[in-house]
Write a protein that binds this ligand. Structure first.
Ligand SMILES: NC(=O)c1ccc[n+]([C@@H]2O[C@H](COP(=O)([O-])OP(=O)(O)OC[C@H]3O[C@@H](n4cnc5c(N)ncnc54)[C@H](O)[C@@H]3O)[C@@H](O)[C@H]2O)c1
Length: 309
C-alpha cells in the first residue's frame, strides 16, 4: 500500500500543545500537511493562565523539517475560533482538515457540581468544536473537500462517575458529527469521531494506569490520520482507538416489541419492557429516515427492523 500523505493539505488541530493533539499535529506534518497548532496552553481544568504550548509544538515541527504556525486562541470563544480559521486561510490559503481535540476536565459528582463547571466543559468540548467547524465549514464547502474529526470519549458513550458534564459534551459531539456527515457528503466533506484511549496528563489517575501506559497518543494519531486522508470514504462513524485497539462504536436499536392495542397501557409496557432490552437482531441505523421507516415497518407487519429498510 502506498504511503498516506497530506502534501498540499492544511490542517488545524485544536488543543495541540500537548498530549493527543501534539501527536496528531506531528504525524500529519511528517507526512506533508501544513499545520496550525492551536492551544490556549491551559491546565487540565482549564483554569491556569495560558502558556506557550502551541508555539513550542509549532517550533518542534519546523525543527523536524515540517511546516507549522502557532495559534493561542481560546476555541470556546466564537471570535477565537474564527481568528484561528482566518489565520490558517491567510497563512496557507485553505483549510482541509480540522481536528477538534481541545478539552478540559472538571469532574465532580452531579450533586456537587456547579453549573459553571458544567457549562465550561460544554463550552470547550462541544461548543468549541461547533465554533471551529462553523468557521471552517464554508471554506471546506467552497473547496468541495474537507475532513472534520471530533474527539469524543467512552465516558460520553458509556457514562463515567463524576463526569456528567464531560459525558454530555462528548455524546453531544457524536450527534453533531452524525448530522454534519450527512450535510457534508455532497461537498466532499467527511466527519467522524474518535474516542481515544491514551496516556496523557488528562488520563492520569483515570482507570488503570498500568494499562494506559501501554497506550501512547501516537496509536490514536494513526487512526485520526487515516480519517483525515484522501482515501478515507467513511463518514458519520465513531471509532474507539488506543494502544493498537481499534473498534467502531455504534448506537443501536433493539428489535423491540409491538405493544398490542392502539393505545398501550403502562401495564403492557411493564410486561414487555424486558424484551426490548435484548439486543439480538439490533440495528445501527445510518440516519433518521431509515430508523423511522424501520419502526413504521415493524408496526405495520411486526417484521424485524432492517438497516436497509
Ligand atoms: N487521553 C485519553 O485517554 C482521552 C480519552 C477520551 C477523550 N480524550 C480527549 O482527547 C482530547 C485531548 O486530550 P489529551 O488527553 O491529549 O489531554 P491534554 O490535556 O494533554 O490536551 C488538551 C489540550 O487542550 C488545550 N485546551 C484546553 N482548553 C482550550 C481552549 N479553550 N482553547 C484551546 N486549547 C485548549 C489544553 O491546553 C491542552 O493542551 C480531549 O478532547 C479529551 O477529552 C482523551
Amino acid at each position: 500500500m502506498s504511503q498516506i500523505r497530506f502534501d498540499g493539505r492544511v490542517a488545524i488541530i485544536t488543543g495541540a500543545g500537548g498530549g493527543l493533539g501534539r501527536s496528531h499535529a506531528k504525524l500529519l506534518a511528517s507526512r506533508g500537511a501544513r499545520i496550525v497548532v492551536n492551544d490556549l496552553g491551559t491546565s487540565v481544568d482549564g483554569a491556569a493562565s495560558p502558556s506557550l504550548a502551541a508555539e513550542n509544538v509549532a517550533a518542534e515541527i519546523c525543527a523536524a523539517g515540517g511546516t507549522a504556525i502557532a495559534n493561542g486562541d481560546d476555541i470556546s470563544d466564537p471570535a477565537g475560533a474564527s481568528r484561528l480559521v482566518d489565520q490558517a486561510v491567510s497563512a496557507y490559503g485553505r483549510v482541509d482538515i480540522l481536528i477538534n481535540n481541545a478539552g478540559i476536565l472538571r469532574d465532580k459528582t452531579f450533586a456537587k457540581m456547579d453549573l459553571d463547571d458544567f457549562r465550561k466543559v460544554l463550552d470547550v468540548h462541544l461548543l468549541g468544536a461547533v465554533y471551529c467547524t462553523k468557521a471552517a465549514w464554508s471554506v471546506m464547502q467552497s473547496q468541495r473537500w474537507g475532513r472534520v474529526i471530533v474527539t469524543t470519549s467512552s465516558s460520553g458513550l458509556y457514562g463515567h462517575f463524576g463526569q456528567t458534564n464531560y459525558g454530555a459534551a462528548k455524546l453531544g459531539l457524536v450527534g453533531f458529527v452524525k448530522a454534519l456527515a450527512q450535510e457534508g457528503q455532497r461537498f466532499g466533506i467527511l466527519a467522524n469521531a474518535v474516542a481515544p484511549l491514551a496516556a496523557t496528563r488528562m488520563s492520569e489517575g483515570v482507570l488503570d494506569a498500568e494499562v494506559f501506559r501501554k497506550m501512547p497518543p501516537e496509536h490514536v494519531s494513526a487512526v485520526v490520520a487515516y480519517l483525515a486522508s484522501e482515501g478515507c470514504d467513511i463518514t458519520g462513524e465513531v471509532f474507539v482507538a488506543g494502544g493498537g485497539y481499534l473498534a467502531r462504536a455504534a448506537i443501536v436499536e433493539s428489535r423491540g416489541v409491538v405493544l398490542a392495542s392502539d393505545r398501550p397501557l403502562p401495564e403492557q409496557v411493564a410486561c414487555s419492557i424486558q424484551a426490548t432490552l435484548d439486543l439480538a437482531g439490533a440495528n445501527a441505523f445510518p440516519n433518521l429516515e431509515v430508523a423511522f421507516k424501520a419502526a413504521a415497518l415493524r408496526l405495520e407487519d411486526g417484521a424485524a427492523p432492517s438497516a436497509d429498510a
